[in-house]
Design a protein around this ligand. Sequence first.
Ligand code: CIR
Length: 252
Amino acid sequence: MPIAITREVSSSLADCQLSFVDRSPIDVARANEQHRAYQRLLSSLGCTVLSLDAEPELPDAVFVEDVAVVVDELAVMTRPGAPSRRGEGASVAQVLARHRPVQAIEAPGTLDGGDVLRIGRRLYVGESARSNPEGIAQLCALLAPFGYQVQGVAIRGCLHLKSAVTALSDDTVLLQPAWIDREPFTDYRIIEVDPAEEHAANVLRIGSALLMPDSFPLTRQRLLDAGFEVSTVDVSELQKAEGAVTCCSIVL
Ligand code: CIR
């Protein structure tokens, strides 16, 4: 049974980092309700959901995905590109240490987990404002001994690689062509987001099930038509903080 590490929403979420989304008022109580619905959905998809205490001083701490990259053999604590997020990892590392050996990205490397897409033994890493070449090289050095290939991928106009592309299965990706080239993913079947749904490429895969925000019905229909099982959740308040569904959990 997969374990999903999550963290309660910070009361200071409204002070979150924003890069490509305009700041708008966030209803933190509503964000909490949506986050609980997200946790319940993970449970219903078969995950054991761990919920870490909120970090009131760390606005973005609910987005646990960014602080660690986990493979079967190892957990790599990242060094998030936003300095305001570098205190988020300590409590997550304590949990991960019960499940995996733990290594860490060191300065001057930076890496956000949202930039790391793993498909089998390949890891694609977004060359973003958050993840620098040194961070990507360190991840490669840590994972190569276990047989993983790590490859940088250019992105444009979005926060993270997984804003632009996620895996729906081991052979299919969902991609936003405005933000990433198709070329690195031509070994896979590529489904594009509906052009009317700019942010729809961020989908969380739990086994054969997919979880996505409820705000992208046209893209969801594309996935249903392709034979995928898709559950949806309202994450509108978390989307105002430039988050979506992959960012709120680390699934082991
Ligand atoms: C940030 O800018 O770091 C947060 N406001 C949003 C992080 C979302 N993380 C993710 O999609 N992996």
